[in-house]
Design a protein around this ligand. Structure first.
Ligand SMILES: NC(=O)C1=CN([C@@H]2O[C@H](COP(=O)(O)OP(=O)(O)OC[C@H]3O[C@@H](n4cnc5c(N)ncnc54)[C@H](OP(=O)(O)O)[C@@H]3O)[C@@H](O)[C@H]2O)C=CC1
Ligand SMILES: O=C(O)[C@@H]1CCC=N1
Length: 478
C-alpha cells in the first residue's frame, strides 16, 4: 500500500491508481471499524486501571466480606464515573471484569511462586492494595456474624421506576452498612428494578434428573451458601446417581411430582427427548410461585411453556460440563412470564457455577454449539495435542497431563488478560520459530474451518432437536 501511495509504480494508469487508492481506503476503514468493535469487547490496561481506581474510591474493599450483598449500586456509580471519563461500559461488563480480576488475583496470589502470568502483575499492585484494605477493614469489624440470612423475594410493584440514585445516596448507603456490622444483608427499602432480589430464606431448589448437569449446578448452588443442602432435592427413576447428591446432604426422591410440590425453583435436567413426558407428569403441580428452569438442549421456551400451565414462570438455561468444577459458561433466557428478578435470582444462585450471562433465546442454541458442545471440541483438541507428543516419543500419561495443563493455562490467560486470541497467538510466535511452523501445519489441515463448522453443525442440531420436541399442530389443538 505504501508503494501505491507513493505512486512510484511504473506502468500504472491514473484510473488504476485511483481505484487502488479507493480499495486501500476501504480496507483501512474496515480495519478501523473492526478494531473499534474489538475494543468494545476487550479491555485495555488503561481502562482496567481506571475501573479499579473508581472501584477503590467507592470502597469496594469493604464489600468483600463474603456476605451475599450485591453491590449493584456501587457498580452503577462506577459505570457513570467511567462514562464521564470516556469509558463506555455497562454495569454488567464492569461487574464481570471485576469478578475476573478478583478470581485472577486469588489464583495469582495462591500460585505466585509457580504461575508465570505476563499480564496480571500489572494489576496485581492495585488489587493487592484493595485486598489489604479489605483485610484491615474486616479485622476492625466483627466478622462473627453467623450464617447469611436471605429474604423473601420482593413482589413487583406497579409503579416501579428506575430512579437514578445520586452518588451521595449510594455512598451513604454503603457507609451505613459499615457502621452496622451485625446486619446480615442489606435490606432494600426502595424498589429498584436493577437490584437483584434478596433470596427467600426458605427457597427450595429441586432437580429433576440426577445426571452430570444436575450435579454440577447443585454443587454451585450449594457453594453460594445461600441455600442449605436440606433445602435441595433431586429426583430420578433409579438410585444409581443418588449417592453423590446424598454426600452433599441433598434429599432424594423417585417422584417428580412430589419434588415439584416441595420446591420453588425446579431445574429440568433430563435428556431432551424426556422433557415432554416429565413436564406432563408435573404440570398439575406447577403453580405461579414456581420457577421452572430447563437445561435440555434445543427444547425451546415456546415448547416448555406450551407443556406447562399458561402462567408458569419458565427459563431456559444452557450450562456446560465444567460446571462440575465451578468453571462453567452458562447462558440463560427468560420466558414470557419470567420477570427480570426471576433472572436475577437464577443468576445469583448460579454465580458459583462459572460465568453466567443472559441473552435472547436465539443465542441459546448458538451457545450450545459454542460452549455446551464446545467443551468436547476442546477435549478432542487436547487429546490430539497429547497424541502428537506420544508420536514424538513422550510417555502417554505425561503427555495427557501436560496437554490438560496447556489447555487450562491458555484458557485462563485468554480470559484474564482480556486480549484477543489472535494477539496472544502472535505473542507465542517467534519469527522463523517453532510455533509458526506448527500453526502453518494446522491451517493446512483446516483446523479453523473445521472448528467453525463444528460450532455451526452443533447449533443446527440444537435447532433440529428444538423442532423435534415442539408439539405438533394436532397436539396443540388438544
Ligand atoms: N452433558 C452435558 O455436557 C450437557 C448437557 N445438557 C443438557 O442437560 C440435560 C441432562 O444431561 P446430562 O446431565 O448429561 O444427562 P445424564 O444422562 O447424565 O442424566 C440424566 C438424568 O435424568 C434422569 N432421568 C431419566 N428419566 C427421568 C424421568 N422420567 N424423571 C426424572 N429423571 C429422569 C436419569 O436418571 P437415572 O439416574 O435413574 O439414570 C439421570 O439421572 C440434557 O437435556 C442435556 O441436553 C446441557 C449442557 C451440557
Ligand atoms: O450433546 C448434547 O446434546 C448436550 C448438549 C450440550 C452438550 N451436551
Amino acid at each position: 500500500m505504501c508503494i501505491i501511495r507513493s505512486r512510484s509504480i511504473r506502468n500504472i494508469r491514473t484510473d488504476q491508481y485511483y481505484t487502488l487508492i479507493a480499495i486501500y481506503r476501504n480496507l483501512k476503514k474496515t480495519y478501523q471499524l473492526k478494531m473499534s468493535a474489538m475494543k468494545k469487547y476487550f479491555w485495555d490496561s488503561e481502562e482496567t486501571e481506571y475501573m479499579l481506581k473508581v472501584l477503590r474510591e467507592l470502597d469496594i474493599a469493604k464489600h468483600l466480606d463474603g456476605r451475599k450483598v450485591r453491590n449493584l449500586k456501587l457498580f452503577k456509580v462506577a459505570e457513570k464515573r467511567m462514562k464521564q471519563a470516556g469509558y463506555h461500559r455497562s454495569i454488567d461488563q464492569i461487574r464481570h471484569r471485576w469478578k475476573v480480576l478478583k478470581t485472577s488475583y486469588y489464583s495469582w496470589n495462591n500460585n505466585q511462586q509457580t504461575v508465570k502470568l505476563t499480564r496480571f502483575p500489572q494489576y496485581a499492585t492495585t488489587m493487592q492494595s484493595i485486598m489489604d484494605e479489605s483485610e484491615t477493614w474486616n479485622r476492625s469489624h466483627d466478622t462473627n456474624r453467623g450464617p447469611v440470612r436471605i429474604r423473601n423475594r420482593p413482589k413487583p410493584t406497579v409503579h416501579e421506576e428506575d430512579t437514578e440514585d445520586s452518588e451521595e445516596e449510594v455512598v451513604t448507603a454503603a457507609q451505613s452498612l459499615h457502621d452496622n456490622s451485625t446486619v446480615d444483608v442489606i435490606i432494600k427499602t426502595d424498589p429498584d428494578p436493577e437490584t437483584p432480589p434478596e433470596m427467600d430464606s426458605n427457597l427450595r431448589i429441586g432437580f429433576i434428573g440426577a445426571g452430570n448437569m444436575a450435579y454440577g449446578i447443585a454443587k454451585g448452588v450449594l457453594q453460594s451458601g445461600d441455600v442449605p443442602p436440606t433445602n435441595v432435592k433431586v429426583s430420578a427413576p433409579s438410585t444409581r446417581n443418588f449417592g453423590r447428591f446424598q454426600e452433599l446432604g441433598v434429599a432424594v426422591t423417585h417422584s417428580n411430582a412430589e419434588l415439584v410440590s416441595s420446591c420453588d425453583m425446579v431445574f429440568v435436567a433430563v435428556k431432551p427427548h424426556l422433557v415432554a413426558t416429565v413436564l406432563s407428569e408435573i404440570t398439575d403441580h406447577v403453580t405461579r410461585k414456581h420457577i421452572i428452569v430447563s437445561v435440555a438442549a434445543g427444547v425451546t421456551l415456546a415448547t416448555l411453556q406450551g407443556l406447562l400451565p399458561f402462567d408458569a414462570v419458565v427459563l431456559r438455561l444452557m450450562p456446560n460440563l465444567p460446571c462440575l468444577v465451578q468453571q462453567g459458561a452458562l447462558l440463560f433466557s427468560r420466558g414470557t412470564r419470567a420477570r427480570q428478578e426471576d433472572g436475577d435470582l437464577l443468576r445469583s444462585l448460579l454465580q458459583h457455577c462459572g460465568l453466567v450471562e443472559e441473552g435472547p433465546e436465539a443465542w441459546i442454541d448458538i451457545h450450545t454449539g459454542l460452549s455446551g458442545s464446545g467443551v468436547a471440541f476442546v477435549y478432542l483438541f487436547a487429546e490430539a495435542l497429547a497424541e502428537g507428543a506420544v508420536k514424538m516419543g513422550m510417555p502417554s500419561a505425561l503427555a495427557h497431563s501436560i496437554a490438560a495443563q496447556t489447555v487450562l493455562g491458555a484458557g485462563q490467560l485468554l480470559r484474564d488478560s482480556g486480549k484477543h486470541p489472535a494477539q496472544l497467538r502472535s505473542e507465542v510466535c517467534t519469527p522463523g520459530g517453532t510455533t509458526i511452523f506448527g500453526l502453518h501445519a494446522m491451517e493446512q489441515g483446516g483446523v479453523r474451518a473445521a472448528t467453525m463448522t463444528a460450532v455451526e453443525t452443533a447449533t443446527e442440531r440444537a435447532r433440529e432437536l428444538g423442532r423435534k420436541s415442539a408439539p405438533t399442530a394436532t397436539e396443540n389443538r388438544k
